[in-house]
Design a protein around this ligand. Structure first.
Ligand SMILES: [Zn+2]
Length: 325
């Protein structure tokens, strides 16, 4: 395996097979990387792109013009789009450039991150290019929401699935010197609640002190005790920015708990709680509903062990018409 890929954490099976396709010169012109956010899909796409564009065929030489420009983030043959933040005009313009001859005489590559967030017009623009592949032109689509992509596009790409990283793999990333200032105990928390995503690690890292508090409240509520949560909501509701952060932390904690929980009822309650957090975010930040009231509602629903839990959306059906739950 090319040495540079050995440094990528996880996904060795996928990397090995992707390199086989490259070596066999049967690399697909449109490829879709699907899997959880923050597990390294974009990094792998970028390294494969560098490999394809390198003037040497069997290694990444790091010395050819293509490799040097690639590292300087200045390759004239490489294009990147973030589906979450792009206009259809930019997509069309990029595709037009992609279809021109390679400046460095190697290959032209387009990497689209958050591909599921493109709009319908952008998909149409892209579809035509994917349907009529050009020689030495490659498109990488990256998504953590595979089901949101149009089937017409999926069917024209070669699909590759990526899994969440294992706890051991996340732990190995945290051994890097850039995480030196994090204590061993905090690293354990990060690994435990990362859900195998480095994006989650980076998010939680900023709020480590708050994770412990939120975790303790979440567990009390899961056990049917709402008293701690009420005091917590009272303090939290005054600071909307903090509410946003805490809802993000709660979502990660709940996802982690869901994967470990064995009781079917609690699993269902937590799954609905996760849904309710998204509804709560919409109600608080888009509909401007009373923060304290919305937070209390989601915690009460989680705490209520006797009844079958129901989604917050049921209560707010009229108000949240149009919000996906
Ligand atoms: Zn090179």
């Amino acid at each position: 395996m090319v040495e540079v890929f050995m440094r990528v954490v996880g996904h060795k099976n996928q990397i090995f097979k992707l390199l086989e396709l490259l070596q066999g010169q049967i690399f697909p012109s449109a490829i879709l990387f699907a899997g959880p956010a923050g597990v390294g899909k974009k990094l792998i796409a970028s390294k494969i792109a560098k490999h394809i564009m390198c003037e040497k065929t069997d290694i990444i030489c790091e010395t050819c013009k293509s490799c040097i420009l690639f590292e300087a983030n200045n390759s004239p043959d490489l294009f990147s789009i973030d589906g979450a933040n792009v206009l259809v005009e930019e997509v069309r313009e990029t595709i037009n450039k992609l279809l021109l001859k390679s400046f460095l005489n190697t290959a032209k590559i387009l990497i689209i991150d958050n591909a599921d967030q493109l709009n319908a017009q952008s998909y149409n623009a892209l579809l035509k290019t994917v349907e009529e592949p050009r020689e030495n032109t490659y498109i990488f689509l990256i998504t953590s929401n595979y089901s949101k992509l149009p089937q017409t596009l999926i069917s024209r790409c070669q699909l590759w699935n990526f899994n969440a990283l294992s706890n051991d793999e996340v732990e190995s990333v945290l051994k890097d010197s850039k995480f030196n200032e994090i204590s061993a105990e905090d690293k354990k928390i990060l690994v435990e609640f990362s859900c195998g995503s480095l994006e989650n690690v980076n998010y939680l890292r900023e709020y480590l002190d708050q994770v412990v508090e939120v975790r303790s409240i979440f567990h009390s509520v899961c056990n049917g005790d709402i008293s701690k949560a009420l005091g917590y909501i009272e303090k939290l509701k005054k600071d909307k920015e903090k509410v946003k952060i805490h809802l993000g932390i709660l979502k990660l904690l709940a996802r982690n708990e869901l994967s470990e929980q064995k009781s079917t009822l609690l699993k269902r309650k937590i799954a609905i709680f996760i849904e309710n957090i998204s509804v709560a975010e919409a109600l608080i930040f888009e509909r401007n509903l009373n923060t304290g009231y919305v937070l209390q509602s989601i915690f009460f629903k989680l705490a209520n062990a006797q009844n079958q839990p129901k989604s917050l959306a049921d209560d707010f059906e009229q108000l949240i018409d149009g919000i996906v739950v």
